[in-house]
Design a protein around this ligand. Structure first.
Ligand code: GDP
Length: 444
């Protein structure tokens, strides 16, 4: 996410970081670099101008020049202003209306609208404990209705069926009725996408909006379209009272122009960002965290949330107890640990939230991002229960059998066993001597 912008800025940041003194010339030079980086990232020109102007005012003031660490102070100013231009605070959905709260979703074709409906349904169900129903008013593409039905099944929320020969307003009215009867908290309405924001589309969605009086009207835009995303959302927002924007496909967007432009250009907050194709690939948009990420200061808060969400606490606690009692760490435990890593998308999903990751070449990242993990799990899965519990059984012929079962070479099995032995040794020390035991082990 936004790698090229981060990389473009990293030289400037690095030069500033250690600086004990800054002259106006230094500052001007740094701001010139920031400005070029933003323009290259396809941030809309008025946004770049406003941002640089605001940074400049503060940069030549007391706050920076009189600071003991002016370089750091300037970086902080850049971060603050980037955060402000994206809207300062995370904006939650307003669902405090009589149930069902209707969320109307609009967007151009291919923006990721239907996918986002599924993700948002999952988000509201899992994180906010809402009873959710989804409905499609896209009567032009029966395939879109079927796509939503599939998604609803996948994320396990109610789906209100609709047909291509119905009127969008009639569909949504019937859905609201049904939602009310079945005590649904939130009804998410998918609407027809068009190739461009044209009059027909606007007329239809305006009529729908008038008919259902939604609690939220969200416009879904593809972040890969850069500043055009902001312009499209603006055109749309002029016709309809938008309450927010969802920015999709940020996982594929190296530049970040849309994220930085939407709020300023449209006056509407970005409420969510799409971060993968999967149903859980939707994050609440936190301007401060995104700004930190762009400036390669890391996004440790999101990292902690992600880990908390994806680590299976029960398994982790069980393992900790087992280790504390000095019981043997076996291959089942190793598999549990590997699977947890896999749940977190290997290390790759975590790595780019760590500070300084922008500096590390992609090739090196690939090596440590756990592409190996599924293979290791497959090897352990090819073992018998007995072998997993008692790894000492694994002689040469058993290893050969396991290798062919997992479709790897015996050398791969040996490598896994070496890793296992290292982990086992470490766990043993942890169990026997607690942390002290492990520290001793590391030294000796
Ligand atoms: P719609 O025409 O606006 O309803 O678009 P769809 O929901 O059908 O999505 C279009 C394509 O974008 C699909 O292939 C989705 O999987 C993909 N997509 C949607 N959101 C994201 C995202 O946040 N990240 C990635 N990588 N792909 C996404």
């Amino acid at each position: 996410m936004f790698e090229s912008l981060t990389q473009r800025l990293s030289g400037t940041i690095e030069r500033l970081r250690g600086r004990g003194r800054l002259s106006e010339e230094n500052i001007r030079e740094s701001l010139r670099e920031v400005r070029i980086a933003l323009l290259e990232a396809d941030v809309a020109l008025p946004v770049v101008q406003a941002l640089i102007e605001r940074i400049k005012v503060r940069a030549v003031g007391q706050e920076v020049l009189k600071s003991l660490t002016p370089g750091q102070a300037l970086i902080k100013v850049v971060r603050d202003e980037m955060t402000a231009v994206m809207g300062s605070q995370a904006n939650d959905l307003n669902l405090n209306v009589p149930a069902p709260a209707v969320i109307l979703m609009a967007g151009l074709q291919g923006a990721g609208k239907t996918t986002t409906v599924g993700k948002l349904a999952k988000h509201l169900k899992d994180k906010r404990k809402k009873k959710v129903m989804v409905v499609s008013a896209d009567v032009y593409r029966p395939a879109a209705i079927a796509q939503l039905e599939t998604l609803a099944k996948q994320v396990d929320v109610a789906f209100f069926p609709s047909q291509a020969d119905q009127k969008p307003e009639a569909i949504v009215r019937a859905a609201i009725d049904d939602a009310r009867k079945s005590f649904v908290d939130v009804l998410i309405v998918d609407t027809a996408g068009r190739l461009a924001v044209d009059e027909a589309m606007m007329a239809e969605i305006k009529a729908l909006h008038g008919a259902v009086n939604p609690a939220e009207t969200l416009f879904v835009v593809d972040s890969m379209t850069g500043q055009d995303a902001a312009t499209t959302a603006k055109a749309f927002g002029e016709a309809l009272p938008l309450t927010g924007v969802v920015l999709t496909k940020t996982d594929g967007d190296a530049r970040g122009g849309a994220a930085l432009s939407v709020r300023y250009v449209t006056g509407k907050p970005i409420k969510f960002i799409g971060v993968s194709e999967k149903p859980d690939g939707l994050d609440v948009f936190h301007p401060d965290r995104v700004a930190s990420r762009i400036l390669d200061m890391g996004d440790v808060l999101s990292l902690v949330e992600q880990v908390e969400q994806q680590v299976d606490r029960d398994k982790a606690t069980k393992l900790a107890e087992k280790v504390a009692k000095g019981k043997k760490f076996d291959l089942n435990d190793m598999r549990d640990q590997l699977e947890q890593m896999q749940n977190m998308g290997g290390l790759s999903g975590l790595m780019d939230k760590l500070p300084g990751m922008g500096q590390i070449p992609e090739s090196v990242k690939q090596q440590v991002t756990g592409k190996e993990v599924p293979r290791l799990v497959a090897i352990i899965n090819s073992m018998t229960k007995k072998e997993r519990r008692n790894p000492a059984l694994l002689n040469g012929s058993r290893r050969k059998r396991i290798a062919s079962g997992a479709g790897v070479t015996p050398a791969d099995v040996n490598k896994l066993m070496k890793q296992y032995q290292q982990m086992e040794k470490m766990m043993g020390k942890l169990g026997r001597g607690g942390m002290k035991g492990m520290m001793r082990g590391m030294r000796g």
